[in-house]
Design a protein around this ligand. Sequence first.
Ligand code: HEC
Length: 111
Amino acid sequence: MNTALGIRSWLAAGALGLGSAAMAQTPAIFKDADLKLGEKLIAENKCSECHARKWADDGNAIYRPKGRINTPSALRSMVESCNTEMNLGLFPEDVTAVAAVLNRDHYKFKQ
Ligand code: HEC
């Protein structure tokens, strides 16, 4: 019985450890982001079509993690200004969702 208990708390500790490791991969400002919504908004707003027209590729070369966008909040601000400039009409949580998807797929900032 003592052994079973021991194994159970060892498992719980392991799960907790994994949980915090996964969270460390996501910058705080993107933690509550709705990734499904972000993916949908990126598709609907033709982000890649416009970028592709200017960069003559699939539209992903524009996302340059080593460029001047070098923090999660800089990324979110960039999406916010694209939103304002092009009158996309995104709500603040939409902007966060879009930025979170770009982070997951391209920028990969960890904090
Ligand atoms: C009408 C054209 C157009 C549309 C539509 C557009 N963008 Fe952009 N975007 C640009 C241009 C042009 C730049 C480059 C600006 C610069 O480098 O100064 C840019 C740059 C960016 C960057 C910065 C890339 C980097 O690493 O430097 C991000 C992020 C971005 N756009 C996100 C988006 C998202 C998300 C959407 C859709 C919601 C979107 N854009 C829609 C034209 C567009």
